[in-house]
Design a protein around this ligand. Structure first.
Ligand SMILES: [Zn+2]
Length: 216
């Protein structure tokens, strides 16, 4: 009997991870999504994630983790999300230390338990916020961790070398419901269009020559 292709998807409900989910489904993977409630200042992205997971009828779990020591602009309520004229070349204050390392470790634990062969994560290193845990050398290193743990699981990053416009074009082909994705670091009714995340998304839609259905 042919073994099921199974994957664990690190899924936030944002543009990138939603594209990755649709990509994995298009490749025939039976997907289990992991979402994280890690004390983000708002849960809009998480709500989007649940809505999308239900739409495509995949299994999902919401894992609650705590960063009681948090000192970053996404989880510390006393810190505001910065507005940059130009995207920073250094690690920005929205970087949550260790976040993807923790997420990948949860994914590894799930993948090993359910016999999934692949962990998908929607990191990309072209139009990104300069987070070190999204960079190619980090992913390579994490794959070495998986090997050292004597697993055959691999972390796959289909978006790693794509710019935002290419990601959006790929998603459009896969019918990704971008209207339901939430990218903004803030939690206003509409995306703020000022934070780094909104700016990267807007740049991508402009370069891809599509209108962003989420801001229509
Ligand atoms: Zn924003």
């Amino acid at each position: 009997m042919k073994k099921d292709k199974k994957a664990v998807i690190l899924f936030s409900g944002g543009l990138d991870s939603t594209t990755v989910l649709y990509y994995a489904l298009s490749k025939g993977y039976k997907c289990s999504c992991l979402m994280f409630d890690y004390g983000q200042k708002h849960n809009k992205e998480l709500k989007s994630a649940v809505k999308i997971a239900k739409t495509v009828k995949v299994k999902y779990s919401i894992i609650k983790i705590n960063f009681p020591w948090s000192n970053d602009a996404l989880t510390n309520k006393n810190k505001s999300v910065p507005v940059h004229k130009v995207l920073p070349k250094t690690i920005p204050p929205t970087y949550v230390p260790g976040r993807n390392t923790l997420f990948l470790s949860y994914a590894l634990s799930v993948a090993q338990s359910i016999n999934a062969q692949v962990i998908f994560i929607g990191v990309n290193a072209i139009d990104f916020s300069n987070y070190p845990d999204c960079a190619p050398n980090f992913i390579k290193a994490y794959n070495s961790v998986l090997k050292a743990l004597k697993t055959k699981i691999t972390v796959q990053t289909p978006l790693l070398k794509l710019n935002k416009a290419q990601i959006i074009k790929l998603g459009a082909k896969l019918n990704v419901p971008y209207k339901n994705t939430w990218t903004c670091y803030n939690s206003y009714k509409k995306p703020c269009m000022k934070c780094d995340s909104c700016k990267l998304r807007a740049k991508g839609f402009k370069e891809a020559k599509f209108n962003d259905p989420a801001i229509a």
